[in-house]
Design a protein around this ligand. Structure first.
Ligand SMILES: *Cc1c(COP(=O)(O)O)cnc(C)c1O
Length: 402
């Protein structure tokens, strides 16, 4: 189906750092839920660039806003008012409990801003010197020094020491460990509503609510990393909206720009003064182009009722998978929320991913043993059925763990 030999040869002579173990496919065109490679092969996309192209590839309304902005103005410094940035921020605050938005360009940068805001709020506004952030085992928060330190997975930290101080890790759902970890130095607790990279592990609602209560009672800030779960992916605009909580700070990136690089850190109003003029910044944060894309992305998400559709389609997808994969000895569990779905398997799933590529379906893993499905929020039932039938045939051929 594809010329693996050529691709392997290409990789060997690449001028890039080998930071990614790349699949032997070069994708060159995308539309809706479909991608095409340079050999003319077509793929149904169940990964969306890792929860980025939530509206599918090249969504019309976003593309038009981008092209229009390209004709008008690309970049000015944040020393000037940027009308698109104001409008994009207003859309975000109008559709959440947040009052203030800081734009940046990536998820890690958004989480850096969240960590900095939490520390500075305690140190400058409250004057209490609190600086520790509690995070969770298996979490993923980014690749910069502070965010990889916040990450609860050892593999992302190897060889990068010394790491910044002030981070503590506890097991997910461990109430006693939480209690033991909180001291008069604790500034914030940082958590994903579904641990995505960690294996599509939804946090139990009682634990989420407990965290919110503990933070409120003890004067700690609750930071929710919505970089992968946000922008409709889990069936609500933001994942925390499933639990009736209002985090003090939350972060966005992946789905926020439909594929254009953009991130955002959002907070309640009382935190805004901690980031006064000159305290934080980013050259490319919220440029006229980036925020034209954000604005069009949010408008389209709302008009298309993308979150509601993700909730319905996700339930259908999970039911179909449970039905069709029932009794397969390699499949242990189907879990997730909305259109972030994990197929938990009894062993490594790399061959399932590779087989999907051969049969025209792109899926990704989450940890070694979980196949992660992240289709477009606007995917049709027919496309879901097709994806499920390809997965069913792959799992039928793969009945025993390898
Ligand atoms: C992807 C991701 C990040 C990091 O985002 P980058 O844009 O790669 O820096 C942080 N947190 C979560 C939950 C993510 O999924």
């Amino acid at each position: 189906m594809m010329s693996d030999m050529n691709k392997v040869a290409e990789t060997a002579s690449s001028s890039l750092f080998p930071t990614y173990a790349r699949y032997p496919i070069a994708l060159v065109k995308g539309e809706g839920s479909w991608l095409w490679d340079d050999q003319g092969n077509k793929y149904l996309d169940f990964m969306c660039g890792l929860a980025v192209t939530n509206l599918g590839h090249a969504p019309k309304q976003v593309k038009e806003a981008l092209v229009k902005q390209l004709d008008e103005l690309w970049h000015v410094s944040n020393l000037f008012h940027i009308p698109n940035q104001e409008a994009a921020a207003k859309l975000l605050t109008d559709n959440s409990h947040a009052d203030a938005v800081f734009f940046c360009s990536t998820g890690a940068e958004a989480n850096e801003a969240a960590i900095k805001l939490a520390r500075r709020y305690h140190q400058k506004v409250k004057g209490n010197g609190r600086n520790e952030i509690i995070t969770f085992a298996q979490s993923f928060h980014g690749r910069t020094l502070a965010t990889l330190t916040a990450t609860g997975q050892e593999k992302v930290k190897e060889g990068f020491g010394p790491l910044p101080e002030g981070f503590k890790y506890i097991p997910l759902h461990d109430y006693d460990a939480l209690e033991a970890a909180i001291t008069d130095k604790t500034a914030a607790i940082m958590i994903e509503m579904i641990q995505a990279e960690g294996g599509v592990i939804p946090v139990e609602p009682e634990f989420v609510q407990h965290l919110a209560k503990v933070c409120k009672e003890r004067g700690l800030l609750l930071i929710v990393d919505e970089i992968q779960t946000g922008m409709g992916r889990t069936g609500k605009l933001f994942g925390f909206q499933h639990y009736g909580i209002e985090p003090d700070i939350f972060t966005l990136a992946k789905g926020l720009g439909s594929g254009f690089p953009v991130g955002a850190m959002l907070a309640k109003g009382e935190l805004a003064e901690a980031f006064n003029a000159g305290s934080h910044g980013s050259t490319f944060g919220g440029t006229p182009i980036a925020t034209a894309v954000v604005k069009a992305t949010i408008e389209t998400l709302l008009e298309e009722k993308a979150a509601e559709r993700a909730a319905e389609t996700g339930e259908y997808l999970m039911n179909q998978l449970r039905e069709k994969l029932a009794g397969n000895p390699f499949v242990q569990e189907i879990r997730g929320k909305g259109l972030m779905v994990g197929i938990v398997c009894g062993g490594p799933v790399a061959h399932i991913i590779a087989e999907g590529q051969k049969r025209g379906l792109l899926v990704v893993s989450a940890g070694p043993n979980v196949v992660r499905l992240l289709p477009s929020l606007l995917i049709s039932r027919e496309e879901v059925d097709l994806g499920v039938s390809i997965l069913t045939s792959i799992f039928a051929d793969q009945t025993a763990p390898v």
